[in-house]
Design a protein around this ligand. Structure first.
Ligand code: AMP
Ligand code: MG
Length: 210
């Protein structure tokens, strides 16, 4: 898909003002806001009618930028090298001096992070001075949006801007893995567990109870 730089500029401007907008990713569309700003992140919860105790996934351009906010380990780096950017979300330990909003984490000392592959959202992330907190762009309990029209159908004018990136190529949420100790899958999604297993070469627990 062609990248429309004027649209990306518009998205950048709104995000810099702490507004919440919809962004395309290869998994599903997200409702995105500045992950360092309480004001911006509160808008996501309000728009989505999301319970405050359900923490958000934060989207980064790469692991160099993530270094400011989280601690890594070898298992993370192994998976990062093979699958990122892509449909995998990692639970990592937050650094004490991280600027991530407490609204994002529900005051936990862990953070869910992902590196989206969609070229439009990567271009946008390159232009921002902050990562993007972005849960799926659907009201809580409804199915996730996979096109800009889906987002508009769900939210109408309540969402200030939808950055169009065509149809999400994967169309299901990311696989979530807690990688801090024994690798534990918290949500099945766009990346097969067998592919993760092949790289880590160790037992992976599957849990519905994060
Ligand atoms: P979504 O609304 O589709 O983006 O879903 C995000 C998912 O990530 C939810 O199921 C959250 O519970 C999960 N999540 C976010 N942060 C954390 C965390 N620190 N630990 C465990 N799960 C998390
Ligand atoms: Mg969701």
């Amino acid at each position: 898909m062609k990248i429309n730089l004027a649209n990306i500029k518009k998205a950048q401007k709104l995000l810099n003002k702490c507004d919440c907008i919809a962004i395309p990713t290869e998994t599903v569309y997200g409702l995105a806001a500045n992950a360092y700003s309480n004001i911006a992140c509160k808008k996501i919860y309000k728009l989505k009618k999301r319970p405050k105790n359900n923490p958000l996934i934060v989207h980064y351009l790469n692991n160099q930028i993530l270094k400011k906010d989280c601690n890594f380990n070898n298992d993370f780096l192994k998976l990062y090298r093979v699958f990122c950017p892509g449909p995998i979300t990692f639970i990592l330990d937050l650094k004490k001096n991280s600027k991530i909003s407490k609204i994002v984490t529900n005051k936990k000392n862990t953070l869910a992070v992902r590196f989206p592959k969609h070229p439009i959202t990567r271009n946008l992330l390159k232009k921002l001075d902050f990562p993007l907190a972005a849960p799926s762009a659907n009201p809580s309990s409804k199915v996730s949006a996979v096109s800009s029209n889906d987002v508009k159908d769900d939210f109408g004018k309540k969402v200030k801007y939808v950055l169009d990136g065509g149809k999400s190529s994967i169309g299901v949420e990311s696989t979530i893995i807690d990688i801090r100790n024994k690798p534990k899958i918290l949500r099945l999604g766009g990346l097969e567990i067998s592919a993760i297993q092949k790289i880590l070469k160790k037992k992976i627990i599957i849990s519905n109870n994060p």
